[in-house]
Ligand binder design. Structure first.
Ligand SMILES: Nc1ncnc2c1ncn2[C@@H]1O[C@H](COP(=O)(O)OP(=O)(O)OP(=O)(O)O)[C@@H](O)[C@H]1O
Length: 585
């Protein structure tokens, strides 16, 4: 599956009809509220449509004959109708008030839940800032349309249709003349809509790109200051901001062209009715009262069209936003290919069988035909030059990626048959750059740990002592309650200690340490070694390291170079092999 949102396949793209169908499906429970609001809207519009008819009738039948009591009675009838229309209008506004906010709430939650289900490949190929912009900004565009424009949109359409029917029914020829400019409007909309959609989509996309620039420079502000690259980033931001400015101007130009065109057509219609109406009156084919009703209906027909110009823009912007949201909602979590049949001995915890791997969206293959086995309870070290493929191998061992060829077996079964929870129960992975969540040390070491989640501080301290981790906890002045909310309040080494405690307390069968001691002093490193030594006999350890002292105790060492892995025996044998190679070269 293609996860790159900026280069979607044709099948992944939505046309307006497809996108609308999806949006209606997504509205779920809101459909009921929308139906109630629609009914109140019909009543309001029905009343507004009858008003001009009553006025015209009163002028022709009672004003012309001087029947003042009938005129007064009809004025009260109109007052009653307008009061009723006020109440239904108010009810409709109340009903719609919550709809937009609930849609916004559900869309944001839905998007975030979907993001949580997507594989690493998705995050590899898309920029964080752009994703934030989709969740925050694009969902709000959809909300704005629902909370501010939708009912106005439907009311206007209804008013227009009703007015058109009255115009044609009262006098077909005058009605037809009044409606001719509307045909021009329809043609205009048809011609310009694709351009409007395209420009709005481009504007949202450039907004996403700008947001990605902001996110990247804020995240790396230390490096920017340290390397005095402020100008460079300012220039990059400037470019993104200029692009966003230009695309906003481009979108604004087409968005705002509707109003003048619609207004012009409305004036054209009024002029036509006036000229043709006077002509009909002078030939005795029309009464003054009907001409006045006509003006009201022409205005009822064209005024909504003018409003529609604004609403149409909001609709196009919302659809462009919805497009960017829907493509994420449509993405499917990575489909596991059918589990491959493979055999492994019972003592083997994990094995790679002819594994090939290339990063999603990456051009080259990173691992080539890699095979090895990890036995239960043993310690393995993976060493080799930078960029050789050690971290990639570790990521595949942890099931973060699926191989592009071959199989990774965990406990004799294809890794892909395990779900995320089963995998993380068996495998603990300490990353090169551990990530901490805002909160305390306790929150962070218990992250995702169901077994100890209920423990009090005292209970947890006891468990920590049993796992020989108390020496690590002592490195934090405030103990379990030390705050790690601020990314800079703990050192990189301390972060690694928290990640270490987090992994060990899950009692995994396989513990992977990817350069996990690179930022830790020698004394603390000895503590870690002691903890590793005292893990249960059945725990398999994988250590990725550059420093030789960290791998001395390994039962088996693997050399990882240029995407190929070879066995080098234990520490002594590996050293002998290296010396031999050095002599040969
Ligand atoms: N997320 C990624 N997307 C695309 N390519 C990647 C990604 N991560 C790593 N690579 C590429 O994969 C290759 C192996 O990288 P890897 O991080 O596995 O090497 P390593 O041996 O762990 O290096 P180091 O010792 O520096 O950590 C490199 O060529 C790297 O450019």
């Amino acid at each position: 599956m293609n996860y790159d949102l900026n280069s979607l396949t044709e099948a992944q793209k939505n046309n307006t009809a497809k996108a609308l169908r999806k949006l209606v499906r997504w509205l779920g429970e809101e459909r009921r509220v929308l139906i109630y609001a629609f009914i109140t809207m019909m009543i309001t519009s029905g009343i507004n449509l009858t008003g001009p008819l009553v006025i015209g009738y009163t002028i022709d039948h009672y004003v012309a004959t001087g029947n003042s009591s009938a005129v007064i009675t009809n004025c009260f009838v109109l007052l009653g109708l307008y009061a009723l229309s006020f109440s239904t209008n108010y009810l409709q506004t109340r009903l719609m008030g919550g709809v937009g906010q609930r849609i916004l709430f559900n869309l944001r939650n839905g998007l975030f839940t979907k993001l949580n289900q997507l594989p690493l490949a998705f995050f590899n190929q898309n920029r964080t800032g752009d994703l934030i912009s989709r969740i925050n900004n694009d969902t709000d565009k959809v909300n704005q349309f629902f909370s501010q424009s939708l009912m106005q949109f439907v009311t206007n359409i209804f008013m227009m249709l009703g007015s058109a029917i009255f115009l044609i029914a009262i006098n077909p020829r005058l009605g037809a003349a009044a409606l001719v400019p509307a045909v021009l409007i329809l043609l205009f909309i048809r011609v310009i809509s694709p351009l409007v959609k395209k420009r709005n989509a481009r504007n949202l996309k450039s907004g996403g790109a700008m947001s990605a620039e902001i996110q990247e420079s804020l995240q790396n502000f230390k490096a920017i200051i340290a390397f005095n690259r402020r100008d460079y980033f300012r220039q990059r931001f400037n470019e993104a901001s200029t692009d966003n400015y230009k695309s906003a101007i481009g979108a604004g130009l087409v968005n705002n062209i509707f109003l003048p065109v619609f207004t012009f057509c409305s004036h054209l219609a009024q002029l036509t009715v006036l000229i043709y109406g006077i002509f009909l009156i002078t030939h005795g084919m029309l009464t003054v009262g009907i001409l006045i009703s006509y003006f009201a209906y022409v205005s009822n027909f064209y005024f909504p069209i003018r409003q529609l110009a604004t609403i149409w823009t909001s609709f196009q912007v919302a659809m462009a936003g919805w497009d960017r949201i829907a493509v994420i909602l449509d993405l499917e979590p990575a489909k596991a290919r059918p589990a491959l049949d493979a055999k492994a001995s019972p003592n083997t915890l994990l094995s790679f069988q002819h594994v090939h791997f290339g990063y999603p969206g990456g051009e080259k293959e990173v691992l080539h035909n890699v095979s090895f086995e990890l036995q239960r309870g043993k310690t393995y070290a993976f060493v080799g030059p930078t960029g050789g493929g050690k971290s990639t191998t570790a990521s595949l061992m942890a099931g973060l990626y699926n191989p592009t060829g071959g199989t990774v077996l965990l406990k004799g079964k294809d890794m892909q048959v395990y779900d995320g929870e089963q995998r993380t129960e068996s495998i603990g992975f300490i990353l090169q750059e551990p990530f901490l969540f805002s909160g305390t040390v306790k929150d962070n070491i218990l992250y995702g740990n169901k077994k100890y989640a209920h423990l009090s501080n005292e209970g947890l301290e006891k468990v920590i002592k049993e796992a020989r981790l108390e020496g690590l906890l002592e490195k934090f002045e405030g103990g379990l309650e030390s705050n790690v909310s601020d990314a800079d309040s703990v050192s990189l080494g301390q972060k690694q200690l928290i990640a270490f405690m987090r992994a060990v307390l899950r009692h995994p069968e396989l513990l992977i340490l990817d350069e996990a001691t690179a930022n830790i002093d020698t004394l603390t490193e000895n503590l870690l070694e002691d903890i590793l030594e005292h893990l249960p006999d059945t725990t398999t350890r994988v250590i990725i390291a550059h420093r030789l002292n960290t791998i001395e105790s390994a039962d088996e060492i693997f050399f990882v170079n240029d995407g190929r892995i070879s066995r080098a025996g234990n520490f002594q044998e590996a050293l002998a092999m290296l010396m031999q190679e050095a002599r040969v070269s």
